[in-house]
Design a protein around this ligand. Structure first.
Ligand code: HEM
Length: 404
């Protein structure tokens, strides 16, 4: 089943239209200009102004709610007694679980990874620069973050291909159930079960023989008597693993595509690698990997002058908010030195991305290395295909020539 929110030509917002997948931004503009707080026939409120989205993310009257309040999003209904990941929990459970992970996932741990990230980028570029047409997603955008998060967590290299398929099934699982066939839902639930089994085995090994990795640290947090049940620990491992690379892969893919379509900006970065930090923020703003998130009104509230009743759902259109001219002058122009961090690519409230420092580190090192070593790179096709996800926006392949 697909939801066609409107046939009004002034608005014409249909996220299931293939043209939307290729370029959602004209759709967002029409929505923002004509119906910035828009109610779909299924009763979701779509928010496309930056101010409204940012306000909801900070407002404790909006959250995820109890399972009873929710409709068909798999992450939100318990699957075989699994715990909900803390990305979908409200305080106080969210606060408790997030702070336990924070103990193991410190900024210092992340900063220590810079040398390794550089080494990985250089090694891949040694093979790819000047090698003719290559698929940047498979050969770089996927490999960098999956290697980094696997090494951080302690997932052995030999297992990585096997967990790759599980991971993409789980990543699709963030889309609402109505987008999937019953077979796809069964396949995804089976992937969760196999993932649980996999991480359960690894954690048991780390308890016997702790290593210098995040899984050992999380197991230790649990053993120090903190309140962390086994199902919560398993769900947290999967959250970190999947969130730790699926979205960063799309930062690298969507970001390189934006640079190739704006070659002047690519050469600007090549000439001044010092701007790589602001470049990453701008690339995240321009085409964010996570396009939307949903929140439930936990009590009667109001958004952008519109009353929203308890139990109703609002959808934060991050991609639309990031192109709102009231927040970003000339929003459709890519400007690597724009220097604004108020984009919503990493969220903006209590669920602000826990992995943002890692994603920023990987992004700034990767784009600086790409610009330095391959400033004359070009797209090898005009025919791009996006993965069939609603919430996460990323290319299935990105054929390029990385020219020195
Ligand atoms: C460019 C890459 C990334 C983007 C765009 C991104 C985006 C986001 C967004 C938008 C949220 C909030 C979702 C919501 O509230 O609905 C989030 C939360 C989260 N992200 Fe990321 N993320 C990225 C990389 C990472 C990495 C590398 C990790 C590392 C493990 C990570 C771990 C998490 C976790 C654990 C949460 C849940 C935080 C909470 O609920 O308190 N993310 N991310």
């Amino acid at each position: 089943m697909t939801e066609t929110p409107t046939s009004d030509p002034e608005i014409d917002f249909n996220p299931f239209d293939p043209a939307y997948r290729a370029d959602p931004y004209p759709y967002y503009r029409r929505l923002r200009e004509n119906a910035p707080v828009f109610r779909t026939p299924l009763g979701h409120w779509l928010l496309s102004r930056h101010a409204d989205c940012a306000a909801v993310l900070r407002d404790p009257r909006f959250g995820h709610g109890s399972p009873q309040l929710l409709d068909g999003n798999t992450f939100r209904r318990p699957v075989n007694g699994r715990a909900r990941p803390f990305i979908l929990l409200d305080p106080p459970e969210h606060t408790r679980l997030r702070s336990l992970v924070n103990k193991a996932f410190t900024p210092r741990t992340v900063a220590r990874l810079a040398g390794r990230v550089r080494e990985l980028c250089d090694g891949m570029l040694d093979d790819l620069v000047g090698a003719g047409e290559v698929d940047f997603i498979d050969r770089f955008a996927y490999r960098l973050p999956v290697t980094v998060i696997s090494e951080m967590l302690g997932v052995p290299e030999a297992d990585r291909d096997a967990v790759r398929d599980l991971s993409s099934l789980v990543a699709r699982g963030v889309d609402p159930d109505f987008q999937h066939s019953p077979e796809a839902i069964a396949e995804r639930d089976a992937a969760f079960a196999r993932f649980d089994e996999y991480f359960g085995g690894l954690l048991a090994e780390r308890r016997r023989a702790p290593g210098d990795d995040l899984l050992s640290a999380l197991a230790a947090v649990q053993e120090q008597g903190e309140r962390l049940t086994e199902p919560e620990l398993l769900t947290t491992c999967i959250l970190l693993y999947v969130a730790g690379h699926e979205t960063t892969m799309d930062l690298l893919g969507n970001g390189l595509l934006a640079l190739l379509r704006n070659p002047g900006e690519l050469r600007r970065l090549a000439a001044d690698p010092g701007i790589s930090g602001t470049a990453v923020e701008e690339l995240l703003r321009f085409d964010p990997p996570t396009q939307m998130s949903r929140r439930t009104a936990l009590e009667d509230a109001e958004v952008g002058g519109q009353a929203v009743a308890k139990g109703e759902q609002v959808v934060i259109l991050r991609g639309a908010a990031n192109r709102d001219p009231d927040a970003f002058p000339e929003p459709d122009r890519l400007d690597l030195t724009r220097g604004s961090t108020k984009h919503l690519a990493f969220d903006g409230g209590i669920h602000f991305c826990l992995g943002a420092p890692l994603a920023r580190l990987e992004g700034s090192i990767a784009f600086a290395a790409l610009a330095r070593r391959a400033p004359n790179s070009e797209l090898a096709t005009g025919d791009l295909r996006y993965r069939d996800n609603l919430i996460i926006r990323g290319l299935a392949e990105l054929p390029v020539r990385l020219n020195p």
